[in-house]
Design a protein around this ligand. Structure first.
Ligand code: FAE
Length: 539
């Protein structure tokens, strides 16, 4: 079912298309916003980053009548390339795939130990970045929409008991009665038609993994999504251009996906109060004696060159640059002394939501199908396990041929936390996280998948992650924490020690949430914005 678009969203979508057609890096409804060649250097409110948290802040500020500027370091993904497509597929990646790389760095490095997955590409501000730290790398989205452009669309509300364990100071009744439903409605969450799921070749891989989980006495659940399943059914029937059924996901979806540029950000632009500047990377922030903030912002071109450095002032500053981006900006500001009042908690409480990935080799008769939808829609729910809680999403591996592989992204309960320190030489934040801190996650995943392998007389795949590894623990899709709610900020995201400065994204969540995180990030942002707009003077 396609959600009804509001007038605001329609206006905003038109502004996005117009900016794209005219090649503007500035997107807004008013002609002044769209046409002025030179920049305005002040806005009452500035939002850094246009992922989930940033998009919620932009809409709620715009709807409250606050003139707001959103700064996004990535590009606007609206213009088709020479092949007529905005995004490239996982099977045929080109420069659009990755953020300034000359070779793709996909999560699955090899197949049959062969380096056949990654491809050479030219350097360009592509949509997926892999930020590498010493012992962990983190996948993030770049562009108007942030992670919503590249993610698997799984829109999961956490278990209430675990949410309360992780964020005990947040009123769970308010979250589950008001803000989770509001987030799901705005994001356009829907579920697959179970009858279609049971019959379609595109989810055979899920049904096989479900059978194996059930053979081991485990429970499976359907996972809601922001991919439009009605659209997917039309793809399968040959009535719509294929996207999830054409290998599109981590490098963007050309159709079907309700990324936040199409939902929250379109509505934000539609208020007439919000402008987005793309290819603008906030580098520094300082505070003036009158309490306002001044940002140092680099505008870059598609070669990555800084073409202009601007100073942009604001009264209220909202940080939605994601766990890594927000933490780095605030840590740098604290350590360089431009925001010395920030809490010593900035840079602490980071976790990867217990992410590990694994693959199993199926028997020859248990085919997973050459045709696989890229949007996962089922998970193995063993979170109630008293020693090793795991929520394992049944992931696709759409290679276009039968490979008998069952793939999983497991979310585990890992109590380890990392910290960031500021490295003056590189002027960047370094993540202090050692590979040994993954051991609780590896143990939990092994316990679950050993059980599934035993019940089905199957084994792990050794050829997918390099070095004969059966469990990949060197990357995450779910960076969380760094500016934790109630520690680096008050209970609503107001940064301690800096009034008028707010954290609004995944860096608020203390390292773990037990399920895929974007619904939680969105709902928390809705909750915090409601309180901030009710209590704090804006503009
Ligand atoms: P995020 O969406 O990362 O947005 C931050 C934005 O800020 C980005 O657009 C950055 O380019 C921008 N930015 C950063 N630094 C700066 C700066 N200095 N100046 C200007 N702009 C800046 O943050 N989650 C789920 O719930 N379900 C899934 O199925 C799922 N699958 C995933 C698959 C992949 C491949 C990846 C990478 C992630 C996945 N996630 C999934 C995670 C989810 O996308 C992520 O938790 C959210 O996107 C985080 O939202 P934030 O608002 O924190």
């Amino acid at each position: 079912m396609t959600p009804h678009l509001t007038r605001r969203q329609l206006l905003g979508l038109a502004a996005l298309q117009a900016a794209s057609a005219l090649g503007f890096t500035r997107i807004g409804l008013s002609s002044a916003a769209a046409e002025e060649p030179s920049a305005t250097d002040y806005a009452p409110a500035v939002v850094i980053g246009s992922g989930y948290g940033g998009a919620v802040a932009a809409l709620r500020l715009g709807a409250a009548g606050v003139r707001t500027l959103v700064l996004e370091m990535g590009r606007l993904w609206e213009t088709p390339g020479p092949d007529g497509k905005i995004f490239c597929s996982t099977g045929a990646p080109d420069q659009r795939s990755m953020w300034f790389r000359t070779r793709t760095e996909a999560p699955l490095a090899t197949f049959l130990w062969l380096d056949v997955v990654n491809k050479n590409i030219s350097s360009y501000p592509g949509v997926l970045d892999r930020v590498r730290y010493a012992d962990m790398s983190v996948f993030v989205g770049r562009g108007v929409g942030g992670g919503s452009l590249v993610n698997g669309g799984m829109a999961v509300t956490p278990l209430r008991s675990y949410f309360s364990e992780v964020l005990p100071q947040v009123d769970a009744t308010e979250m589950y009665d008001t803000y989770f439903p509001r987030a799901r409605q705005m994001l356009g969450v829907n579920t697959v038609d179970p009858a279609w799921f049971e019959s379609t070749e595109w989810y055979r891989f899920s049904r096989i993994s479900r059978k194996h989980a059930h053979n081991a006495g485990l429970r499976t659940v359907f996972v809601p999504s922001v991919y439009d399943f009605g659209y997917m059914q039309r793809e399968a029937a040959g009535q719509a251009t294929r996207s999830a059924l054409a290998g599109e996901v981590i490098y963007g979806n050309n159709h079907g996906k309700r990324s936040v540029d199409k939902t929250y950000l379109a509505a934000a632009l539609g208020t007439g109060n919000v402008t987005i500047e793309t290819m603008h990377r906030a580098r520094g922030v300082r505070r003036e004696p009158d309490g306002s903030y001044v940002l140092t912002v680099d505008r870059t071109d598609t070669a990555g060159r800084v073409v202009e450095t601007r100073e942009i002032g604001c009264r209220q500053l909202f940080l939605g640059a994601g766990s890594l981006g927000t933490t780095e900006l605030l840590l740098r500001a604290r350590e360089k002394g431009t925001l010395p009042g920030l809490s010593t908690e900035v840079g602490r409480g980071w976790g990867h939501n217990g992410n590990v990935m694994t693959g199993r080799a199926n028997h020859i008769w248990d085919t997973v199908g050459a045709n696989q939808a890229t949007m996962p829609t089922m998970g193995i729910d063993d979170w109630a396990n008293p020693t090793h809680p795991v929520f394992a999403e049944i992931a696709p591996l759409p290679m276009g041929f039968e490979h008998w592989i069952s793939l999983y992204l497991a979310i585990t309960k890992n109590p380890e936390r990392g910290t960031f320190s500021y490295d003056a030489a590189s002027d960047s934040a370094k993540l202090n996280w050692s590979r040994s801190q993954n051991q609780p996650s590896v143990n939990a995943a092994r316990s679950l998948f050993d059980r599934i392998n035993r019940a089905n007389v199957t084994i792990y795949r050794y050829d997918l992650f390099g070095g004969n590894k059966t469990i990949a623990d060197d990357f995450t899709y779910h960076p969380l924490g760094g500016c934790v709610l109630g520690r680096a900020t008050d209970n609503y995201g107001r940064a301690k020690g800096c009034s008028g400065l707010y954290v609004i994204d995944g860096s608020l969540v203390p390292g773990s949430i037990g399920v895929n995180p974007f619904v939680t990030i969105t709902a928390l942002a809705e909750r915090n914005m409601a309180r901030i707009l009710a209590e704090d003077p804006m503009g």
